[in-house]
Design a protein around this ligand. Structure first.
Ligand code: GRF
Length: 196
């Protein structure tokens, strides 16, 4: 079944691009129904506009609090009959319980470390500073915790030759792009179940 995706992104948008490319190349059985960003200057929004992907800019500063911001995003997504919510560099923890009432286990995130190691910000720098030889990326279900939901798939990446945290980030990012499209395709093909 072709999965209808809502992608949430705050920044550069390279994972959005990679997923979109995989869809166009026939490697990922999905359709990006909508892109939502909380950052008007994000590369993700620019890419969506250039590629005729419906998009909404929903700024936190337009709302009284985080819950109302979350609820505005949920209302926007509701217009698109979405099967799966995909966080791709979305820099906020989902606060409203409505997320989980609406989508249950159908919210996934990518994180640039081998969770549960190095959750939170600057995961690649955390791994580099700790002198890790191997790090990687993780796709996991989203719950109310920070990067703590059930792990769906991980890819190990050799970072032993990396000379800086930036190099670690660049190296892992290449595998993020492959892994995200693969996991979405496996969910579409029911080779990977979200409900445990
Ligand atoms: C990626 O490293 C992702 O793992 C993390 O945020 C970064 C987003 O990059 N959650 P991009 O905006 O997809 O290029």
């Amino acid at each position: 079944m072709t999965l209808r995706l809502a992608i949430l992104a705050s920044g550069r948008g390279s994972n959005l691009r990679a997923i979109h490319k995989a869809i166009m190349d026939g490697r990922c059985d999905a359709h990006i129904a909508v892109l939502i960003s909380d950052n008007a200057d994000s590369g993700a929004l620019e890419y969506a506009r250039e590629n005729n992907i419906p998009s909404h800019t929903i700024l936190l500063s337009d709302f009284d609090d985080r819950l109302k911001h979350d609820e505005a995003i949920i209302s926007a997504i509701e217009q698109y009959s979405v099967d799966l919510v995909v966080l791709a560099g979305y820099m906020r923890v989902l606060r409203s319980s409505k997320w989980f009432e609406m989508f249950g286990h159908r919210i996934i995130n990518i994180h640039p470390s081998l969770l549960p190691k190095y959750s939170g910000l600057d995961a690649q720098k955390q791994a580099f500073d700790a002198g890790e030889k191997v790090s990687g990326c993780t796709i996991h279900l989203v719950d109310e915790s920070l990067d703590g939901g059930r792990i769906l798939m991980q890819k190990e990446v050799d970072i032993s030759e990396c000379k800086s945290a930036d190099e670690v980030s660049e190296k892992i990012l290449v595998y993020e792009h492959e892994l995200y499209a693969l996991v979405i395709d496996k969910i579409a093909k029911k080779q990977l179940r979200l409900d445990g």
